[in-house]
Design a protein around this ligand. Structure first.
Ligand SMILES: *Cc1c(COP(=O)(O)O)cnc(C)c1O
Length: 389
């Protein structure tokens, strides 16, 4: 599976914005907190529409705005807003759009801190339900006061897919907004807005940044929704992406197509190898999806990223920590989507029952397959798997 020519062209697109006259090929970093105006009347006019004028860098900034246009184009959305982190974007969507008395329905395995935020919002009178089964009947769980269906597909940890067309057919009929965390697929491998989703959220910290040197987030959707999120979720909560951070994310975007193709190639070779390994009980990744998910993979994804989970046959804490500690190429750490291979696991001494209650199988280890050679990665995994035998 591959990246479309249109997306390649967008990622390679030249800087367009103020100061482009000298032909700067890299986006200028507008390292300024404010923008002075020639007259008081002009100042007043621009301040009345801060979402489309450069007034103050907590609102908009030319370097950040260029990144926003690039992301909106890649997701085929009208508008985008960037944030200081993925959680900043998620907080702005929930905090900016919801009010006391609203209900949110979460579908599939959702990023842990997102659910923690949902629990925090109970203090402000926002209720929620979590449906971890990606095939659950969403309509059955919609309430009178459901304002938002929030989905992750592929989902966190088990990477299962939700039928997005079927889901949005229901939410559109019922007049409920939908948002998706599209971080796993990047804007290249899944276009949720084309499948009827209203808002796409990204953690730019992962593949889009791609170099493990910046945090960022984005929300993409209709101009109207993004504008509402700008005035409430962004301006009032203040999770701002700086111009310097935007220039780092833009540098990541330039090579996103080639990096994603290499992550994909490496990940598929790693998965093929793991599936055949006697110490591995299962691999969780859309490429290794069980039968029914197969049709969804074809209908929704145009490529695979390099984040996967494997289940060790010996799911004990000792086996997991022995395996993780034996890895050399895969470094131990949080996050994913950078050039480097990473390993992490939710398994801790004595938490098997709690993980089971959350639907997480024993011995689950998450790998972010980086850009080292697949042979090197497979050898590293083989050596570490031998330790668990
Ligand atoms: C990392 C991550 C986030 C949060 O992004 P940050 O940039 O770390 O705040 C949200 N969703 C998913 C799926 C993630 O992996």
């Amino acid at each position: 599976m591959t990246v479309s020519d249109l997306d390649r062209e967008i990622c390679a697109g030249p800087w367009v914005g103020p100061g482009d006259e000298p032909g700067a090929i890299a986006p200028p970093v507008f390292q300024t907190s404010l923008f002075a105006k020639p007259t008081f009347a002009e100042f007043a006019r621009q301040q009345a529409a801060e979402h489309e004028n450069f007034v103050y860098s907590r609102g908009t900034n030319p370097t950040v705005a260029f990144l926003e246009r690039q992301l909106a184009s890649l997701e085929r959305g009208e508008a985008a807003k960037c944030f200081g982190s993925g959680m900043g974007a998620i907080g702005a969507v929930l905090g900016g759009l919801l009010r006391a008395g609203d209900h949110v329905l979460f579908v599939n395995n959702v990023y842990g801190p997102t659910l923690e935020l949902a629990r925090h919002l109970e203090r402000f009178g926002v209720e929620h339900t979590v449906l971890t089964d990606p095939g659950a009947d969403v309509e059955e769980h919609l309430r009178e006061n459901t304002a938002l269906v929030y989905v992750e597909s592929p989902g966190t940890m088990l990477m299962r897919l939700v039928d997005l067309r079927a889901l949005t057919a229901v939410t559109r009929r019922r007049g409920v907004l939908t948002a998706i965390d599209n971080t796993w697929s990047t804007p290249l491998f899944q276009k949720p807005l084309e499948l009827g989703v209203d808002l796409v959220i990204h953690s730019l910290t992962k593949y889009v940044g791609g170099h493990s040197d910046v945090t960022g987030g984005a929300v993409i959707g209709s101009a109207e929704l993004v504008r509402e999120i700008f005035y409430r979720g962004h301006q009032l909560f203040g999770s701002v992406m700086s111009a310097m951070e935007a220039s780092l994310v833009l540098r990541g975007l330039r090579t996103l197509p080639v990096r994603m193709e290499q992550h994909q190639e490496n990940a598929l070779r790693v998965i093929d190898h793991l599936l055949a390994h006697p110490a591995v009980a299962a691999v969780h990744h859309p490429y290794a999806a069980p039968g029914p998910d197969d049709d969804l993979v074809r209908a929704q994804l145009t490529g695979f990223s390099g984040l996967l989970s494997l289940e060790l046959r010996d799911g004990s804490f000792e086996a997991v920590s022995g395996f993780v500690d034996a890895l050399r190429v895969f470094r131990i750490g949080v996050s994913w989507g950078g050039y480097e291979s990473l390993v992490s696991s939710p398994v801790r001494a004595g938490n098997a029952a709690r993980l089971a209650a959350d639907g997480i199988p024993p011995g689950l280890v998450r790998l972010s397959v980086g850009l080292e050679g697949a042979r090197t990665q497979v050898d590293d995994l083989d050596r570490a798997l031998a330790v668990t035998d």
